[in-house]
Design a protein around this ligand. Structure first.
Ligand SMILES: Cc1cc2nc3c(=O)[nH]c(=O)nc-3n(C[C@H](O)[C@H](O)[C@H](O)COP(=O)(O)OP(=O)(O)OC[C@H]3O[C@@H](n4cnc5c(N)ncnc54)[C@H](O)[C@@H]3O)c2cc1C
Length: 298
């Protein structure tokens, strides 16, 4: 990419042919290691969640139950997951984040599979993948004649690492500002700053709260985690979880439990406790069953 009068000149390769394109507005949607962000000097040192995941053949009695695997050594700073797609096929994965880790996520994955033989007996990996998801709020996601979107703009959920929903929401906001800016013929840095304002107004608190919970989680011992799970596995709290849980706004439920439950408050000590934008709306439950396996139990 290089600057040209009124925008950028972008060099690309398409069908083995070199192309040069002129663009008044460039939108960098090129993922976690965005070259566009680097070129615009917008890349940041935000932490990354490092993942290994696979689609596997694995028999599950109950395809409505998702398993979550926790443990400071098992999945440092994060969790492992097993999500049945049906009674014979599952998505399985593991991740570490916000800690120094010598082992690769694939090694962590193999360790998890060996650690829970009853769960993973007979597993056949069909396809595997991996990658990184950037976490937290990026300082700046726009520049003159340019905006970033999706993982390139760190539009991800710090509690789960999911980037599909926030990335799509970011794309809607980015498109809205792009249309306005092109109509008004104002692609200046100041004009495009509206994109970051909109994004932060809608998702900023969610991301800050999510990061705050995630960072607190690093101080949990496995015994703390077991205590928390045992405590929340009670009808009263399960009802609260069903009532307020929203997969796309997880800090809403986390904040609710923080306010209502003294043990949660005791464990999560330094929370950036700002209410979610959904705090006054009714959130419909969307979850299915979740079971937890933790290293301390084995
Ligand atoms: C293992 C794993 C599991 C995940 N599971 C979930 C999940 O269950 N739910 C969820 O919500 N999120 C999940 N995520 C996160 C989610 O995948 C991302 O947040 C989402 O894909 C981001 O979309 P994106 O379009 O911004 O970036 P990407 O999906 O990374 O797409 C970027 C695109 O840009 C292209 N590109 C990059 N550089 C160049 C270049 N120089 N020239 C041309 N093209 C280029 C890439 O080839 C790619 O096609 C997972 C991530 C990982 C790693």
């Amino acid at each position: 990419m290089s600057t040209s009068r009124g925008g950028y000149r972008v060099a690309a390769i398409s069908n083995n042919k070199n192309l040069t394109m002129e663009a008044r507005l460039v939108i960098g949607a090129d993922g976690t290691y965005s070259k566009v962000a680097r070129w615009l000097k917008l890349d940041s040192n935000n932490p990354r969640a490092i993942m290994y995941a696979a689609e596997a053949q694995l028999k599950r009695e109950n395809a409505d139950i998702v398993d979550v695997f926790l443990g400071r050594r098992l999945a440092p700073g994060w969790f492992g997951w097993l999500i049945p797609l049906n009674k014979n096929t599952c998505r399985v994965g593991i991740c570490y984040a916000l800690v120094k880790e010598k082992r690769s996520p694939k090694e962590l994955f193999e360790r998890m599979v060996n650690k829970f033989p009853d769960v993973f007996r007979g597993i056949q990996i069909m396809r595997c993948t991996g990658g990184a998801v950037s976490l937290g709020q990026m300082p700046k996601i726009y520049g003159p004649h340019a905006m970033l979107v999706g993982d390139a703009a760190c539009q991800t959920k710090p509690i789960s690492g999911g980037g599909i929903y926030p990335g799509l929401r970011g794309a809607q906001l980015c498109a809205k500002i792009a249309v306005q800016a092109l109509k008004e013929d104002d692609l200046s840095e100041k004009g495009l700053a509206r994109y970051q304002n909109l994004w932060e107004r809608e998702m900023g608190r969610e991301i800050l709260c999510g990061m705050s919970y995630r960072e607190n989680f690093l101080n949990f011992s496995d015994e703390d985690m077991d205590l928390l799970i045992r405590l929340l596995d009670k009808p009263k709290w399960l009802k609260t979880i069903l009532q307020y849980g929203d997969i796309d706004y997880p800090s809403f439920l986390a904040n609710r439990l923080f306010v209502l439950n003294p043990v949660v408050r005791g464990l999560f000590k330094r929370i950036c406790h700002t209410p979610s934008p959904l705090a006054n709306s009714v959130v419909s439950p969307r979850g299915s069953g979740v079971s937890f396996g933790s290293e301390a139990e084995t």
